[in-house]
Design a protein around this ligand. Structure first.
Ligand code: CP3
Length: 341
């Protein structure tokens, strides 16, 4: 790899500066994304390896980040299992056949890798394009977060149906989570086999859960997935909103990196974790709406705070919003790349 910053930091080795990539770095804040998006639906983009590769490469070519992330979505596992998935502008993801009964759960299939072959194909095209320059991050949704979309039938503000389901019908919830975990493990091993250099598990909505419910209905399955991956030389990043609270439990699953939301002091979290677990984060993405001197100050303050810490990947606490100015994202990355410890 020409640029080893990301992999070194992920394995808690020293780096001259923190590596940088940003969640949702290939997306709607980029005019070039819209040129492609105006011609195809989001799922067509994900399922056509050449197009998925084109979109993956946009931030590589236009922003100069230190790691690329596969262009896809966390909900493709739910679709492969039998979910009738669509993405509509302004509405977001929808499953037209929500999963709410034992019969719905029994209908979901788990032997579905052939339906996700397009992802392996995309990874191969992307690796040809990257040509050893920077690492490629693969990813999947964590079972709890994917389950929430399957039950709610789409995005939710309060996860009311999902929480009712785990509280009133815990045995059914565990049956559903187990099925998703089985698919997710096989799917991530397929991505590793196809050539990704790192894996991130997205448990975006874990924040909705209490500590005990997180442990029983989320963490347990994430741990099972991480234990089932062929992870030699492939670092695993565990992400959730709520990681400033759940980090001690997340660490028990033995990821290489924990991605931290913007609520926590990153150094305090880092020092509370077992040695050898790196942290990723944790700029509030809303800082990228601010004026450039403000953006610079927040980034340099974070880097100063993390001085002397090995195992730090710079990222946002959550993804880039679609209306953040492209020039601000580009500027933030320049600030990082000009920095030296
Ligand atoms: O980070 C990247 O650039 C890689 C690609 C990526 C997408 N989604 C592309 C996408 C990744 C890693 C994801 C993960 C994802 N998808 C998560 C976890 C990360 C997070 O933000 O917490 C979640 C919860 C989803 C589910 C999802 N997909 C939602 C809620 C939406 C609608 C979002 C919105 O703001 O409308 C999507 C659609 C989606 N996924 C888009 C992109 C670029 C927008 C699609 C479009 O152009 O219409």
């Amino acid at each position: 790899m020409e640029n080893n910053l990301f992999l070194d930091a992920a394995f808690s080795k020293p780096t001259q500066r923190p590596p940088v990539w940003m969640m949702r770095q290939a997306g709607r804040f980029m005019p070039e994304y819209w040129e492609i998006k105006n011609k195809y639906s989001f799922l067509e983009m994900c399922k056509t390896p050449e197009i998925a590769a084109d979109v993956t490469m946009l931030p590589v070519d236009l922003l100069g980040i230190d790691a690329a992330i596969l262009f896809s979505d966390i909900l493709v596992t739910g679709e492969a299992m039998g979910g009738d998935l669509s993405f509509t502008q302004g509405v977001g993801p929808k499953f037209a056949n929500p999963v709410r009964t034992a019969a719905d759960i029994d209908r979901l299939e788990t032997n579905v890798l052939d339906r996700l072959q397009y992802v392996a194909d995309a990874i191969k095209v992307i690796q040809q394009r990257l040509n050893g320059s920077i690492p490629l991050i693969g990813f999947a949704g964590a079972p709890f977060t994917v389950m929430s979309y399957l039950i709610e039938g789409g995005s939710s503000k309060d996860f009311k149906l999902t929480k009712l389901f785990i509280h009133n019908q815990p045995a059914l919830a565990h049956r559903l989570l187990s099925k998703i975990a089985t698919v997710t493990t096989a799917y991530l091993n397929m991505q590793i086999e196809a050539g990704v250099n790192a894996i991130q598990l997205f448990d975006s909505w874990a924040l909705a859960l209490s500590w005990n419910d997180y442990r029983d209905f989320s963490h347990q399955y994430n741990q099972q997935i991480l234990a089932g991956l062929n992870r030699e030389n492939v670092p695993l990043i565990s992400f959730c909103k709520g990681s400033s609270v759940f980090a001690p439990l997340m660490a028990e699953a033995k990821p290489d990196v924990i991605s931290i939301d913007w609520n926590a002091d990153l150094k305090n979290i880092k020092q509370s974790l077992p040695a050898g677990i790196a942290v990723q984060g944790n700029l509030d993405p809303f800082i990228l709406y601010a004026e450039k001197p403000v953006i610079k100050k927040y980034i340099l303050d974070l880097f100063e705070r993390m001085r002397g810490e090995q195992g730090f990947i710079f990222n946002l606490g959550h993804g880039i919003m679609p209306d953040i100015p492209f020039s601000n994202v580009k500027y933030a990355i320049e600030v990082v790349k000009d920095f030296k410890y």
